[in-house]
Design a protein around this ligand. Structure first.
Ligand SMILES: *[C@@H]1O[C@H](CO)[C@@H](O)[C@H](O)[C@H]1NC(C)=O
Ligand SMILES: *[C@@H]1O[C@H](CO)[C@@H](O)[C@H](O)[C@H]1NC(C)=O
Ligand SMILES: *[C@@H]1O[C@H](CO)[C@@H](O)[C@H](O)[C@H]1NC(C)=O
Ligand SMILES: *[C@@H]1O[C@H](CO)[C@@H](O)[C@H](O)[C@H]1NC(C)=O
Ligand SMILES: *[C@@H]1O[C@H](CO)[C@@H](O)[C@H](O)[C@H]1NC(C)=O
Ligand SMILES: *[C@@H]1O[C@H](CO)[C@@H](O)[C@H](O)[C@H]1NC(C)=O
Ligand SMILES: *[C@@H]1O[C@H](CO)[C@@H](O)[C@H](O)[C@H]1NC(C)=O
Ligand SMILES: *[C@@H]1O[C@H](CO)[C@@H](O)[C@H](O)[C@H]1NC(C)=O
Ligand SMILES: *[C@@H]1O[C@H](CO)[C@@H](O)[C@H](O)[C@H]1NC(C)=O
Ligand SMILES: [Cu+2]
Length: 612
């Protein structure tokens, strides 16, 4: 009798603990964002964006179910800012998504913004600034969500987080980018590549154990190959989606993508093994001779043993053969979504506009930010919210109805590969071509190949889901998701340089539900007031006539017809060569020069005003 009472009490206590012990908590940070100095590659001291005087920035770690509250104070003095929590669905909290002019006003110096949302997702994420081009200045770091129910929890002994990134020595504001002098749109070439915000790092390991590694590319531009010499591993999660454990030996991680892997260590501790990161040099227009393309860190078995440099199996990064992410299977075996209710069919194009600078387009639109954050247009527009015209032509809006199955067909008219990211969702990847590996660049031999809805490979039964997907050079990718998350979500290339060239569009998902559920704090509107920005009205800030977009921000005008990028390239280079007194025009070919003869007058006007 006594024992069974004790047993009952014990069980009661256990039950209570179950309630209390797993009760979600609130994690609160006060972040004072200021400039600090850092020299992560040992090559150059530079100003970076720090938090509370520190850089590298704090890794945020939460348990699934927690509420995260970040009181951010902009102490930069000279720059607007905001934080996007990359991969977080912000279900019911669209205003916390952090994308400037989409879901909030940029936070000007001296203002605060409180991010406050619950996290009911698993896995590996990151946070970064989402105002203008502010994250290459260092404002980015890992965000890890621990899940006590993760299927792989009893399969490892210890976990590590390892970020990778490109690194520039100049402040973004000093990098010449969208200008007449760069008509080819050649992306700025980084000066270094970092592993975990340093040039190399050691992960101490014991023999005969299994380690969980969260790998995150927090770079602004360059994708990385990564492998561990003489070790294979199992992929268990990508972009917050658990996968069937899948054996792999090389990963290719584009900016913003994440992989979690299980690495089993060897039984002996006589050697340290290089963890090798190789920058994808195919993305670089030029490769300076002093740019170190590969970096080595170590699985450190033995502090007294050597730390050997990598023995590269191949000298060309493009011949490394990484696992194809579309071959992975989500652990939850979510089935292929049914045929779409709405299809968004867009083609990526890079082209110059009348100012002679290079821009990026979905079809014929280069995203240009509206005068009112699009979410605030939803909230102030009453029954006009379902009319896509009010969001302005140049935000490239599509209004989605609640629970529609949405298909995005993304064709690449460009010769580069691009990592595309959708806010607020992950998506099923139902088709992509060409595949990774030796055929990845095959479509460069001819015209771009568009997806043909009436002639395609069979879709996978359990397509992989992720939030950032690589679009192959001149190829395509096809994505599906359900519009079950009311909000304004931006879909964009995550190469930060391409985003600033306009490679983005917005989805206005279930605007009427947004109006019902979204509450924006008065503090959020304070950022708009302090920055002199409107927070009501259509894209042109018109609150009287919702369909009158007069005064909206527009993309730069088209070039006069017959005026080509090639012509501008020839013109600029011939100017440079004339200036230098050199005759290297011939390199650019006869067509370019002919085009140039017709067009010189127009471009000279442009250059006169922009150069002086
Ligand atoms: C932020 O940090 C700067 C530099 O240390 C300091 O001057 C400022 O008072 C701080 N502001 C807040 C709100 O903590
Ligand atoms: C965060 O949001 C919750 C739910 O709306 C609210 O109860 C709480 O007061 C908020 N916290 C802060 C610090 O704003
Ligand atoms: C990477 O850097 C973060 C932040 O500085 C640190 O918490 C983490 O332990 C580092 N990881 C490794 C593997 O050194
Ligand atoms: C998140 O974790 C839960 C519990 O482990 C799991 O059931 C669910 O499938 C996971 N979600 C994804 C997208 O992998
Ligand atoms: C280490 O030894 C154990 C037990 O002998 C064996 O099962 C395991 O496969 C070995 N691991 C490696 C990586 O060789
Ligand atoms: C790493 O890259 C550099 C050039 O950036 C090259 O000289 C070196 O040989 C490479 N290292 C290995 C191990 O291949
Ligand atoms: C894009 O094309 C559409 C359809 O041809 C046209 O109506 C629209 O004006 C174009 N927009 C721009 C910015 O050129
Ligand atoms: C919007 O609502 C107003 C009343 O609030 C009504 O007069 C108007 O006809 C409605 N417009 C549309 C397009 O439904
Ligand atoms: C958002 O929440 C709703 C209701 O709680 C749910 O049905 C929906 O699946 C969620 N969507 C996402 C993307 O998490
Ligand atoms: Cu891109």
């Amino acid at each position: 009798m006594a024992t069974s009472l004790a047993g009952l009490l014990l069980r009661l206590a256990a039950l209570l603990c179950l309630f209390q012990c797993i009760q979600a908590k609130t994690i609160t940070y006060d972040w004072n964002v200021t400039w600090v100095n850092a020299n992560p590659d040992g090559l150059a001291d530079r100003k970076v964006i720090g938090i509370n005087g520190q850089w590298p920035l704090p890794v945020v770690e939460v348990d699934k179910g927690d509420r995260l509250v970040v009181n951010m104070y902009n102490g930069l003095g000279d720059k607007d800012t905001s934080i996007h929590w990359h991969g977080m669905f912000q279900n019911g909290t669209n205003g916390m998504d952090g994308a400037s002019m989409v879901t909030q006003c940029p936070v000007p110096p001296g203002q605060s913004f409180t991010y406050n949302f619950t996290i009911n997702q698993n896995g590996t994420y990151w946070y970064h600034c989402h105002t203008n081009n502010c994250y290459p200045d260092g404002y980015r770091q890992a965000l890890i969500v621990h899940d006590k129910d993760a299927y792989y929890n009893d399969m490892y002994d210890k976990e590590y987080t390892l970020t990778m990134s490109d690194w520039y020595h100049e402040l973004v504001e000093d990098i010449k980018w969208i200008t007449l002098t760069n008509p080819t749109g050649a992306e700025p070439v980084p000066q270094a590549f970092l592993m975990n915000d340093t040039t190399s790092t050691s992960l101490p390991v014991d023999a005969g154990k299994t380690y969980l590694l969260h790998l995150i590319n927090v770079g602004a531009f360059v994708a990385q190959y990564i492998y561990i010499e003489d070790h294979s591993f199992k992929v268990v999660e990508i972009d917050g989606v658990y996968t069937e454990p899948t054996e792999a030996s090389i990963l290719y991680i584009a900016v913003a993508q994440r992989y979690t892997i299980l690495v089993e260590t060897k039984n002996s501790t006589d050697k340290n093994y290089p963890i090798v990161m190789v920058a994808d040099s195919e993305l670089l227009d030029t490769i300076p001779s002093d740019l170190q393309l590969n970096s080595t860190s170590w699985l450190e078995y033995n502090k007294d043993a050597d730390y050997p440099q990598a023995v590269m199996k191949v000298d060309q990064s493009s011949s490394l053969s990484p696992i194809d992410d579309t071959s992975l299977v989500p652990y939850d075996h979510m089935e292929l979504l049914p045929d779409p209710d709405i299809t968004i069919d867009v083609t990526v194009i890079m082209q110059d506009l009348a100012d002679g600078a290079g821009y990026a387009f979905f079809n014929n639109i280069s995203y240009t930010k509206p005068k009112v954050p699009s979410l605030y247009s939803v909230l102030s527009s009453g029954n006009y919210s379902t009319n896509d015209e009010i969001y302005g032509e140049y935000t490239h809006p599509t209004v989605l109805q609640k629970n529609q199955v949405v298909e995005i067909i993304l064709n690449n008219g460009d010769t580069g590969s691009h990592p595309f990211h959708l806010h607020g969702h992950n998506f099923q990847v139902i088709d992509r071509a060409p595949a990774y590996g030796e055929h990845f660049y095959d479509y460069l031999n001819g015209d771009p190949v568009a997806y043909d809805p009436s002639n395609h490979e069979a879709f996978p039964q359990y397509p992989i889901r992720r939030d950032t997907i690589i679009l192959p050079p001149q190829g395509y990718v096809v994505l599906r998701f359900v519009a079950d998350n009311p909000g304004v979500w931006i879909f964009h290339c995550h190469i930060d340089w391409h985003l600033s060239q306009g490679l983005a569009m917005i989805l206005v998902e279930a605007p009427e539900q947004i109006q019902e559920q979204e509450k924006v704090s008065s503090q959020a509107y304070d950022s708009c007031r302090a920055g002199g920005m409107a927070y009501e009205g259509n894209a042109a800030a018109n609150t009287e006539d919702w369909l009158d977009l007069t005064g909206q921000n527009k993309q730069v005008d088209w070039l006069p017809s017959g005026f080509t990028t090639k012509g501008i390239v020839a013109m600029v280079f011939s100017c440079v060569s004339a200036f230098l007194g050199m005759a290297f025009i011939s390199v650019y070919g006869a067509t370019g020069i002919q085009a140039k003869k017709k067009e010189t007058a127009v471009v000279n006007e442009g250059s006169a005003s922009s150069d002086r």
